[in-house]
Design a protein around this ligand. Structure first.
Ligand code: AMP
Ligand code: ZN
Length: 197
């Protein structure tokens, strides 16, 4: 073996294999810095790139990939998600909503708990906005009801997903339709100022 190939092998053996970005929540749910609440079945973490003043993620300890892997045996688990949402609502002053993205980007089932101000430097794109303010965001109560009624969650039709993702910008607190994200972000601040007066 030449010196060069020996060195290359040492680098490979010593370097940690980078994990795919879509597995990031699995790391965060083990990190005490990220954990807000932990029970036997459920972990609540802070969203690493919050899209509003308050943004948490609720995840099961069990290896469930998304809402589409849920069946009737998971109703109790999902009810615990709801109890945690109620607990957090009691502690936080801002209005909050809870739900799931129709097409999640990260692995492991996760429910978003997010304040409706949507004021955050991490909120940058139209896709970020539309994923929380259109029907792409599937409210917790609707998902629980569907699971109880049908025993599973039906996937959203791809055309619908596309139409929600590409919807025109619309303020979530009034009828204003901004043309651009910077306009929207500036406008959202006016809602906060109104509340403070
Ligand atoms: P979704 O589109 O429903 O899969 O949303 C995934 C959420 O995870 C987004 O709100 C991201 O900001 C958040 N996120 C991405 N990576 C991490 C991470 N490593 N730890 C915590 N939250 C993350
Ligand atoms: Zn508005």
């Amino acid at each position: 073996m030449s010196k060069r190939s020996g060195a290359a092998m040492a680098v490979n053996l010593n370097s940690k294999k980078p994990k795919h970005w879509s597995l990031g929540l699995l790391e965060s749910m083990k990190d005490p810095e990220c954990i807000v609440i932990k029970s036997k079945q459920v972990v609540v973490i802070k969203d690493k790139y919050p899209k509003a003043k308050i943004h948490y993620l609720v995840l099961p300890e069990a290896d469930i990939n998304s809402i589409y892997a849920l069946d009737k045996s998971h109703i109790k688990l999902l009810e615990e998600f709801g109890e945690i949402f109620e607990e957090i609502k009691k502690d936080e002053k801002l209005p909050l909503k809870a739900g799931f993205h129709a097409v999640p980007s990260m692995q492991r089932l996760h429910m978003h708990i997010i304040s409706t101000d949507m004021v955050s430097p991490c909120l940058k794109t139209k896709l970020h906005w539309n994923s929380f303010t259109t029907k792409f965001f599937r409210p917790y109560a609707d998902v629980l009801e569907e699971l109880k009624e049908k025993g599973c969650i039906t996937k959203m039709a791809p055309e619908l997903v596309l139409s929600f993702k590409s919807s025109e910008l619309q303020c979530n607190q009034c009828s204003y339709k901004p043309k651009t994200m910077p306009q929207l972000k500036e406008h959202l601040l006016t809602h906060i100022k109104k509340e403070n007066n």
